[in-house]
Design a protein around this ligand. Structure first.
Ligand code: APR
Length: 234
């Protein structure tokens, strides 16, 4: 089976009702990213950051995967698929994708402030106990915090993601402005003969030396077109 790797971003979940970050009306227009999504912001005002992610987690309760998520999962019948996502919600998993690497953490998980990447400290939140509260402790006694990679923190999953991309026969980028590193740098690790596609309704700056086939559509319509193209390549 050929290896097919997706690199997805916020645009993948736009049709599920999630705001993207940098589109007009996006999250970083409504909130100061340094205050709510950076490690300095967390040290400065942990309650504000914890509340920001509590609000985003509540939205997950009503959100559903969209056609694009389902079509990504459907390709597992024909390809060895890995989804590398910058998204912190679990819509890829809920659409049926079996192998998902979350580069920027997971909204439904929480961890320790003192040892955020210690696997023993990571807990899964449930709809019944979905909010993190100030004063709530992780196993090591420090404040429980969102299991999110904030600006200024390391991206522990970037190595496994590089391994996946470097082995890909096909790489499909969906719904990311490719503004944030190291995620955006993953394209550089693709093999020379890796066939690359990019699905996004807006023009995206990609390195000119990379031969990327652009499908200028939303995730669902774009995935339909991609699947037709892949059928012709078989
Ligand atoms: N289908 C596909 N793509 C879409 C759609 C759609 N329906 N709607 C918007 N897009 C595209 C936009 O054109 C844009 O290129 O999705 C992209 C979203 O880009 P960003 O808002 O920058 O989101 P993303 O690239 O995922 O941000 C990366 O930045 O703030 C951090 O941690 C955060 O993971 C996030 C990272």
């Amino acid at each position: 089976m050929k290896k097919l790797v997706f690199l997805t971003g916020a645009g993948m979940s736009a049709e599920s009702g999630f705001a993207t970050f940098r589109d007009s009306g996006g999250l970083w227009e409504q909130y100061d990213v340094q205050k709510v999504a950076s490690i300095e912001g967390y040290w400065q005002d942990p309650a504000l950051v914890i509340q920001f992610y509590n609000e985003r987690r509540h939205q997950l309760l009503t959100a559903q995967p969209n056609e694009g998520h389902r079509l990504v999962a459907s390709l597992e019948d024909k390809y060895d698929v890995t989804v590398v996502t910058q998204n912190v919600e679990d819509l890829h998993e809920r659409a049926g994708s079996k192998k998902v690497i979350h580069l920027h953490g997971e909204l439904m998980k929480a961890t320790s402030t003192d040892n955020p990447n210690d696997p023993d400290q990571i807990v899964t939140l449930t709809p019944e106990n979905i909010d993190i509260k100030m004063g709530q402790k992780a196993k090591d006694g420090s404040q429980l915090r969102p299991f999110i990679v904030w600006f200024g923190e390391a991206v522990p999953m970037i190595e496994p993601a590089i391994d996946e991309v470097s082995e890909a026969d096909i790489l499909v980028v969906i719904g990311t402005s490719l503004n944030v590193y190291p995620a955006a740098g993953l394209l550089r690790y693709a093999k020379r003969n890796c066939k690359m596609y990019l699905i996004d309704p807006k023009p995206i700056n990609v390195p000119m030396d990379l031969n990327i086939h652009v499908i200028a559509k939303g995730a669902s319509a774009g995935m339909k077109e991609l699947i037709e193209m892949l059928k012709k390549e078989e």
